[in-house]
Design a protein around this ligand. Structure first.
Ligand code: COA
Length: 262
């Protein structure tokens, strides 16, 4: 993992290849609440073959220093500064769940630095179950287990679900609580139609945390967007069905479409 210094804090990120390969598209992956680079484990090998992939760990997550935030806009500004600090050219953003909220915010504020966006298991509004909001600090382990039960399809192997539990447990309870507070406050249902970038929306058909209805809403409002519902996968679709997931993104990046006529 490499490190970028932002506001005196070490922000951790993974890149497939350093230096970056000229002529390849840059793809920056942003994890969800309580996440880290572990959520993108099945993307690393695939994307480094043909792209310049970058996996960012938000402040307070994984090996990144800092406290985390309770506001999506603040996370979006941190990601914007990260992109500037690395002097990245126009790029594609992939955001999962809370990361998808961050990507929508960046698409609305800074579309000029983006070539396209990929919204994964997310929505224009992300209200959170009261159990998660009220009990994360007091019953961390039980809440993390419950979140991960809901986050994976019932068809997913217990080993993969355990990976999700261990990954989230490695995040401090205060950071996880902050993330879900940020999600719960997030609402761009009225603004999202102003996104004018090539957009791919991906959702597992068994997603219980951000159901297909949320993805359909995004698809209906973002002109020219493409919607891909992946069968037998839940909220952690990039871990549960990595082959279809990766290939869908590869195809989109190689021919991103934006049609204002839709
Ligand atoms: N896209 C499209 N529709 C949405 C939406 C989105 N992003 N967010 C909410 N809605 C819809 C709901 O489906 C609902 O429609 P309905 O009245 O036709 O049923 C309406 O807007 C209001 O929903 P919501 O704002 O979610 O409030 P609520 O009081 O009905 O439900 C929860 C609150 C927390 C129970 C519910 O949001 C939920 O189950 N959330 C998913 C679980 C979770 O915690 N996810 C984590 C997200 S990071």
């Amino acid at each position: 993992m490499a490190v970028a210094r932002i506001d005196g804090k070490a922000i951790s990120y993974w890149t497939g290849l350093e230096p970056f390969v000229e002529g390849r598209e840059y793809v920056l992956f942003i994890h969800g609440a309580g996440g880290g680079q572990y959520t993108w484990s099945y993307q690393k090998g695939f994307f480094k073959k043909a792209f310049n992939p970058i996996i960012l760990e938000l402040p307070g997550h994984g090996a990144s220093e800092g406290e985390g935030e309770t506001d999506i806009g603040k996370y979006a500004e941190q990601v914007y500064r990260f992109i500037n600090t690395l002097h990245l050219p126009k790029l594609f953003l992939v955001g999962h769940s809370m990361g998808g909220a961050i990507v929508q915010t960046l698409a609305l504020r800074y579309s000029e630095i983006l070539k396209g966006i990929i919204l994964v298991g997310t929505g224009a509004r992300l209200r959170v179950l009261p159990m998660i909001l009220n009990e994360t600090l007091t019953r961390f382990e039980e809440v993390v287990k419950k979140i991960n039960e809901l986050a994976f399809s019932s068809k997913t192997s217990p080993e993969l679900i355990e990976r999700g539990v261990l990954g989230m447990m490695s995040c401090r309870p205060e950071v996880v609580q902050g993330d879900f507070t940020a999600c719960n406050r997030f609402d761009v249902m009225k603004e999202v139609e102003n996104i004018t970038l090539p957009t791919l929306i991906i959702c597992g058909d068994d997603d219980q945390l951000t159901p297909v209805k949320y993805a359909q809403f995004l698809h209906d409002r973002i002109k020219g967007s493409r919607l891909e519902i992946i069968p037998e996968a839940g909220h952690m679709v990039m871990m549960e069905s990595p082959s279809i997931f990766n290939e869908t993104i590869r195809e989109f990046i190689l021919s991103p479409i934006f049609s204002a006529s839709r």
